[in-house]
Ligand binder design. Sequence first.
Ligand code: PLP
Ligand code: COI
Length: 340
Amino acid sequence: MEKKNIDWENLGFSYMETEKRYVSHFKDGAWDEGALTGDATVALNECAGVLQYAQTIFEGLKAYTTEDGRTVTFRPDLNAARMADSAVRLEMPVFPEKRFVEAVVQTVAANRAYVPPFGSGATLYIRPYMFGTNPVIGVKPADEFQFRVFTTPVGPYFKGGVKPLTICVSDFDRAAPHGTGHIKAGLNYAMSLYAIQTAHRNGFDENMYLDAATRTKVEETGGANFLFVTKDGKVVTPKSDSILPSITRRSLVYVAKECLGMEVEEREVLFEEVKDFAECGLCGTAAVISPVGKVVDHGKEICFPSGMSDMGPVTKRLYETLTGIQMGKLEAPEGWIVEI
Ligand code: PLP
Ligand code: COI
């Protein structure tokens, strides 16, 4: 299929309307058959559950063009499972996991002309989401919902591509203990907007959130998990019940251990330890692995030895292995790649 005439190399992380999206409705206790539509507009009652009480969840994954011209996506079954967890926590009906994967495949196939070419540095971002549609005025869950999937071609999440970021320790909390930090609910992002804008106004690329209870442990950023590398080459990643279980992070942990023979620790990480790490990176679907060069804690700077111009060597090895698997250059562990 001929690709659209888009300046792929210069895409940012922004929305571009593509041709088709998938929609399924939940009513009277059941999901309908679902279908692709060309209509990008959602019409809702003024009192819809999503508008009044933010009953909405989402997912994010990507489609890639491989070197030999196939279109593939990465571990969509894990997005389906995480969305099911999010739905349960927000009192929404689960969209069946097998149907989730089929909907993703169908939507990408219908927008194949928008999947950026291999080597362009861009990818097709896929956004499945679900929200309460019927009128709700007392505080209670909706009983009618829409599940939708749209796609948009994107470039790097952070301007400057893989240039190391400067992040700040946030004065705000992202997630409460026993709250919703571990699911992908729109409300987690709504309440982070003031914090991210504050970080940007102060000249930082992102926030490092600490645990809300003690403010001594590293949690994550607004849209990615952390990976650290010790001076002796061990990979360390924070474990917490209030961070999003990143599919990228879980994949990197596997790749580091099983493919690259590295030592990996998934454990609580004290902020106090950060100054002793050799490298730091943010990992996620949108972020891929974005290196962090500096963390600023109220004027006190922690500068990683990897510096402000390049990724550290371990981060780079992980980045190349992960993207090599995603782009079909390296063999993927069983079941990780779904061909469209
Ligand atoms: N943490 C947060 C808060 C996120 O929004 C995301 C993005 O999805 C991630 C981590 C990374 O998760 P994943 O690797 O599954 O995209
Ligand atoms: C993703 O990486 O898919 C996300 O949802 C993060 C978001 C902040 C863009």
